[in-house]
Design a protein around this ligand. Structure first.
Ligand code: GDP
Ligand code: IMO
Ligand code: MG
Length: 437
């Protein structure tokens, strides 16, 4: 069984919690895109983890974790995370962590270029995590990138760093930054590459062999559908293919190998960084936005930035369901809505006074969308930690049923708190079958 887990909105839907929960049932947990721009939180008892580069399966002692070819890896961030996990009693060893030889490296000049790029954009800036993600993917597409395997060949590493840094420094200097030194970068990366060497694997070969041997694989998406470089709210997106098709590319695993796709959907929407957000709580709803932000602790796991909050957008989520082919949905953070008197759901988009049946390609259009809302009564009682569907207040049950019909996908799981146990698995769902198969 091979299942892909994908965020349906703009990220931070609770992928970490769900992946950690499902990981129990799988042999291997793999990431296929992105880098340490991700922040996936996992709570186990009184221990809290934030996974950035490593798959959330790492918290389970006996799981093998794969960092696929589609990722961009900052080796310094990799070891910072590994050391932090070690302090928390989690072993990050070459036996259980495999880093693709084909993944691309994030180097110090990528971070510097991320800063200058945002500065150049001014008001049009993306609001990136400044981790160097975009510039590393630019080098990959521009065929100048340095792959993990290249770092083990000193001549190749040195000449590529020298060549790429020449260009990078021109841009950095033009924007009043400080030029970086090729020797210093080479020394730093060579040292880190030596430490990384035992983790480096032909993960394409590794994962295909595992699939042939019938081992189960859980594939963990980072970022989310509306941040996909093709299908998201371009240009306010990340630089990778976050959607289900990306899982095939980013691991070298044929599409027909995939058993199913699980969408992670929050009961409301958030967005960090810039870009259009049709259901954002703005004029007249700031207080509500603040309430959700506090109740849902909506502050970036990586950057600590306050997340913008908005109503559930069923129209955008239906688009996500189509692109990814969700077989089932895990609905997270039901408990955060416990305090609301009334809950709104966007069921359609109006542009220039006319209802549209497609998700706009152009950000300027997305900014002008008038959402069509339906209203639901709140339940005004605690759902925190509930584990049975029958124990939910009737209003909460009908809200969940409505979301399922509005996005056209079953809800296989409902999350009622950050911990593993605070979960309802919906009986007879596709997701429930995956868990017992
Ligand atoms: P990810 O990036 O998709 O993994 O999500 P993040 O970890 O960045 O943000 C989700 C936050 O919500 C984390 O702090 C989770 O612990 C928390 N969380 C997940 N599910 C629930 C839930 O059902 N209820 C509440 N209250 N918090 C949740
Ligand atoms: P997880 O996996 C939410 C956003 C950034 C910015 C845009 C581009 O935790 O859901 P980048 O640094 O990737 O070039 O930034 O994407 N972004 C995220 N937003 N959750 C994430 O990850 C994100 N990773 C990137 O805020 O708007
Ligand atoms: Mg996150």
């Amino acid at each position: 069984m091979i299942i892909v887990v994908i965020g349906a909105q703009w990220g931070d839907e609770g992928k970490g919690k769900i992946v950690d929960l499902l990981a129990e049932r799988f042999d291997i947990v793999a990431r296929y895109q992105g880098g340490h721009n991700a922040g996936h939180s996992v709570y186990v008892g009184d221990r809290a983890f934030v996974l950035r580069l490593l798959p959330s399966g790492i918290v389970h002692e006996d799981k093998i974790c794969v960092l696929g070819n589609g990722m961009v890896i900052d080796p310094k961030a990799f070891f910072e995370e590994a050391d932090q996990l070690a302090e928390q009693g989690v072993r990050v060893t070459p036996e259980r962590v495999r880093v693709s030889s084909r993944a691309h490296l994030i180097l110090p000049y990528h971070r510097a270029l991320d800063h200058t790029s945002e500065e150049r954009l001014g008001n049009e800036r993306v609001g990136t995590t400044l981790r160097g993600i975009g510039p590393a993917y630019e080098d990959k597409a521009g065929r100048r990138g340095i792959r993990v395997a290249d770092a083990l060949v000193p001549d190749v590493l040195r000449s590529r760093i020298e060549r790429n840094l020449e260009d990078a420094n021109r841009i950095i200097l033009a924007y009043n930054g400080e030029a970086l030194d090729a020797d210093q970068i080479f020394d730093e990366i060579s040292r880190l590459a030596e430490r990384l060497a035992p983790f480096i694997t032909d993960t394409t070969n590794f994962i295909n062999k595992a699939a042939r041997d019938g081992r189960s694989i859980l594939i963990e998406g980072a970022q989310a559908t509306l941040l996909d470089v093709d299908h998201g709210t371009y240009p306010f997106v990340t630089s990778s293919s976050t959607t289900a098709g990306g899982a095939s590319i980013g691991l070298g695993l044929a599409p027909q190998r995939l058993t199913g796709v699980l969408g992670i959907v929050r009961t409301y929407t958030t967005r960090v960084g810039e870009g259009p957000f049709p259901t954002e709580m703005l004029e007249g709803e700031e207080e509500l936005g603040q309430l959700i932000r506090e109740r849902g602790r909506e502050y970036g796991a990586v950057t600590r930035r306050p997340r913008r909050c908005g109503w559930f957008d069923a129209f955008a989520t239906r688009y996500a369901a189509e692109i990814n082919g969700f077989s089932s949905v895990a609905l997270t953070k039901l408990d955060v809505l416990d305090a609301l008197d009334e809950i709104k759901v966007c069921t359609g988009y109006r542009l220039d006074g006319r209802e549209i049946d497609y998700f706009p390609a152009v950000s300027q259009d997305l900014r002008r969308i008038e959402p069509i809302y339906e209203k639901f009564p709140g339940w005004k009682s605690s759902t925190e930690g509930i584990t049975e569907m029958d124990a939910l207040p009737a209003e909460a049950r009908s809200y969940v049923e409505f979301l399922s019909s509005a996005i056209g996908v079953e809800i296989g799981l409902i999350s009622t708190g950050p911990e593993r146990g605070q979960t309802i698995v919906c009986k007879d769902s596709t997701l429930a079958r995956w868990l017992v198969d």
